[in-house]
Design a protein around this ligand. Structure first.
Ligand SMILES: [Mg+2]
Length: 260
């Protein structure tokens, strides 16, 4: 059969391999892991809205102020409607939304909440890989309550987070980190999204190329110019052609044929 292996070594320094051949041909495989990616929704901004009722329902950003040449660390969903997102210079954020509220970060509070949610995770597993204060991968293949369903665990964790912190988290459930992280972003905020093994190949095939970790903005634009917009379109390219267009890194985006 014709297989495809994609490596995403640029993904927060975590090497991740997706073996499409495995999921397309063999379907559900008992060796597959059960991975949950938990991501707090607009974390810093949501904490500030929780603690300051005056900020609720308003466009706010946490981070530096425009006059200090600061940048946005987190934007509330109301601010996002103005095209404001994290890493945006505060000055530009203010231009996009003149009544935007700038809030100074309170990292001590964020760290405390982060410890609390990590304690919630630890009720289910000790296989916790934090990515940031508000994000972590959990491997629940083996878990403390002996729960078979990773979806049930994700649901219980989201509920506990909401009850105990009055904040919402989104969860993605799949059989590897790459897909679990993509899944948690699918139904944000306050969402739960599952990518099952038998859906993975189709999912990756239709996934926009810019969502592939390791493919940055510049590469994505270049790929668009070549008519590559999705995983399926990338798969159609020969390795040699990708190397010719992208240099040695083309091998990194690449498709590798192997008989199996
Ligand atoms: Mg988050």
């Amino acid at each position: 059969m014709l297989g495809l292996v994609l490596d995403f070594t640029g993904f927060r320094n975590v090497p991740i391999t997706i073996m499409l051949s495995l999921v397309t041909v063999e379907g559900r495989d008992p060796r597959l892991r059960k991975i949950i990616h938990i991501d707090m929704d607009a974390f810093y901004a949501s904490v500030e809205q929780r603690d300051h009722p005056a900020y609720r329902g308003k466009p706010i950003v946490v981070g530096g102020r425009p006059e200090q040449r600061g940048a946005v660390a987190a934007a509330s969903y109301e601010a996002r409607e103005y095209g404001i997102h994290s890493a945006l210079p505060a000055r530009i954020a203010q231009q996009r939304c003149p009544h935007l509220i700038f809030v100074a970060p309170r990292f001590t509070v964020y760290r405390q909440i982060s410890e609390h949610i990590r304690e919630i995770f630890s009720r289910y597993t000790d296989c916790i890989e934090p990515l940031a204060l508000d994000e972590a991968y959990l491997d629940v293949t083996e878990n403390k309550p002996g729960e078979v369903s990773a979806i049930a665990i994700a649901r219980a964790i989201r509920q506990a987070i909401h009850q105990e912190t009055q904040l919402t988290a989104s969860a993605g459930v799949s059989f590897n980190k790459f897909l679990a992280k993509i899944a948690s972003g699918m139904d944000k905020p306050d969402g739960l999204y599952v990518i099952r093994p038998e859906q993975a190949a189709d999912f990756v095939a239709t996934l926009p190329i810019e969502k592939f970790h390791g493919i940055g903005k510049v590469t994505a634009t270049k790929m668009h110019g070549l008519g590559i917009h999705t995983g399926a379109e990338l798969r159609a390219w020969e390795e040699g052609d990708l190397v010719q267009r992208f240099g040695k890194v083309g091998r990194f985006y690449y498709s590798r044929r192997h008989l199996g």
